[in-house]
Design a binder for this molecule. Sequence first.
Ligand SMILES: [Zn+2]
Length: 331
Amino acid sequence: MISFRDLGIADQRALLQEASRGGYAVPAFNFVFMEQLLSIVDACIERRSPFILQSSSNTCKNLGIAYIRALAAASAERIKQETGSAMMALNLDHGLNYEECVQCVDNGFSAVMIDGSMLPFEENAALTKRVVDYAHRYGVAVEGELGAIPGTEAEEEHGNVGVSSCYTDPALAQSFVEETKIDCLAVSIGTSHGLVKIRPDKNGNLPDLRFDILAEIERRLPGFPVVLHGSSCIYPEYVRMINANGGSLECVQGIPEESVRRASRTNVCKINVASDGWIAAFAATRKALAENTAAIDPRIFLRPARKAMKDLYIRKIDTIMGSAGKGEQSG
Ligand SMILES: [Zn+2]
């Protein structure tokens, strides 16, 4: 058993409570490779933003839990040295089962998500409660999910289109939180994993996020942190850069930046960012490879990819999360 506290990793519950009080959101940045991890830490140190480093279940398997733990510990050490704060939590994104969550709790994670959203309500609640009972013994936060967010993480990784939406019912959300004692809840309000986030209605208009659902959850559960998944903006400049350099991304539609910014000022205290980071990395990589056709040194594309991701994460912090400077006091 290695506690997150021993690794200098922040308590996610404290980060989200601060965000709830302060009217901003903590960015939760997924990483799948080393340059991405570095760019996340670069950006958050520069902007003094608290953040949640996220590893999916696949990334845990791909890198191995020992690497994740060591990379997170090294990141926490660098952040402490450069800012004097402990402003990085470590979360398992979309944990698939109880055993995976236990493994992460035992390996220095300060939060785990158990995704039982595809199960019937009572089964989802029972599984989530079991994870909470274990995690809370060690001060580890638990995120549950209610109302399936369209698109799976696997679909996101393969750029496929998500399935139809199923909005979160605020009354069920209240029962779920009360039954399970989770620390934060992922809700479905019209966002979607993968590349197509929202579809135009029959008049060709893009529907907005369901802020009425957020408001009703806030009324029932005052101050309780809500989490947004699948809210990447899919910036057209990166899509153009990809397509100008041999790519063929079609028909992509992100969530407008203003909508996510509006959400960050509500009870939404954690906003996940995965696809947008990958798209920035791909845009820079394709451009570098197109401009250096005879190169064999991987740093030819890794350096611009790191820079592009850092710029993207800074943009998220400044224009959406409102979290810049909020890491000064952490830890
Ligand atoms: Zn998700």
